[in-house]
Design a protein around this ligand. Structure first.
Ligand code: URA
Length: 204
């Protein structure tokens, strides 16, 4: 059940195939993270949403609950999304580049990212979002070849798989360390980027 789905599938099929994939993923031992995880963190939100958000990897709260972005960073992310008019449960399918928590929340290794890519690619091919938000550099590097910093490429559109548009955005953990909302600040740009996404979705 790890093949890439190349044909458009209806909503019920989508949900069923994602459930099967999640089941497979929950048993995964493709990398060392399987030895230390409490839960595989597969996804949250709406599998038929037009927007998909890809983060880095689960942290401690996510590992305990088995749900992505439920800690402090996730709560801040929800706030930014809501302010832009994006409801997490309805308008978004949310997942991570790596589905298991790296110890001490370190950045996932190349081997861990490679071991998990099959799940991410399958999720994208099943959900077929119009927009893919690449939240932070780990997500950016898994989908775009670039050496540029996120501050240089955030808010820009890149062509993605299955005719989607991808946009790098700041990671909420970075925004937790940067409190200013002033014009030109990371929080300011996060809001602008999400507003741009909403405007784009309205034209589709
Ligand atoms: N950071 C991420 O990138 N993903 C999560 O699920 C939580 C924190």
């Amino acid at each position: 059940m790890l093949e890439i789905i190349n044909e458009k599938i209806n909503e019920q099929e989508k949900i069923k195939i994602l459930q099967n994939l999640q089941e497979v993923c929950s048993q995964c031992t493709n990398c060392e993270l399987s030895k230390t995880r409490s839960n595989v963190v597969f996804s949250d939100g709406n599998p038929i949403a037009k927007i998909m958000l890809i983060g880095e990897a689960p942290g401690q709260n996510e590992d305990i609950r088995g749900v992505p972005f439920v800690g402090r960073a996730g709560q801040l992310l929800d706030k930014f999304l809501e302010e832009a008019g994006i409801l997490r449960k309805k308008d978004l399918y949310i997942c991570n580049t790596v589905k298991c928590r790296p110890p001490e929340n370190r950045i996932p290794t190349q081997a861990e990212k490679a071991a998990c890519k099959v799940y991410l690619d399958s999720q994208i091919s099943i959900v077929r979002p119009l927009v893919i938000l690449l939240c932070g550099m780990t997500a950016v590097n898994s989908m775009i070849e670039t050496k540029l910093a996120i501050s240089k490429i955030r808010g820009q559109w890149f062509n993605g798989p299955f005719d989607s548009k991808m946009m790098p955005i700041f990671h909420p953990s970075y925004l937790l360390r940067n409190h200013s909302n002033e014009e030109g600040s990371p929080r300011y740009f996060m809001q602008k980027d999400l507003e741009k996404v909403v405007q784009y979705i309205k034209t589709c």
